[in-house]
Design a protein. Structure first.
Length: 133
């Protein structure tokens, strides 16, 4: 079931698997901080309202660099709330090195490290297989 699709990301929910899938698009290279925040608030609200325990974050086409201030915002405004519900989170990592490093640094923030299982993958199929085990 598709729940949101725009220029920057598409978000799908598979309630039968308690799974949220977020696919970031290459248009993220034109994204502003406010656009990024809006996508993550939608992620948080969806997780909280449906109590989804798994998340697949496909950043293969992600082109946005998450600043240190924004990394901190993600930690306090998103991870703080969702890490209590999400049991497994898988990232399909981007090929663009600056985007990759900023994602990894974001997941090293205090609240983000409290996710029970966070794994980074190069391949979406392997990420999905791990999530559904």
């Amino acid at each position: 079931m598709k729940t949101r699709d725009n220029i920057f990301a598409a978000t799908y929910v598979e309630q039968e698997n308690s799974l949220l899938i977020q696919e970031w698009k290459s248009a993220t290279e034109k994204m502003k901080d406010s656009d990024y925040k809006a996508e993550l608030v939608f992620y948080k609200d969806t997780i909280l309202s449906l109590h989804l325990e798994k998340a697949l974050i496909d950043t293969k086409n992600f082109r946005f660099v998450i600043s240190p201030d924004l990394q901190n915002w993600v930690d306090t405004q998103i991870a703080f709330f969702t890490n209590k519900i999400v049991k497994k989170i898988a990232f399909v990592m981007p090929e663009e090195i600056f985007a990759e490093v900023s994602i990894q640094q974001t997941m090293e923030e205090e609240e983000a490290t409290k996710y029970i299982n966070t794994v980074f993958f190069e391949n979406r199929d392997l990420a999905l297989e791990w999530l559904l085990k």
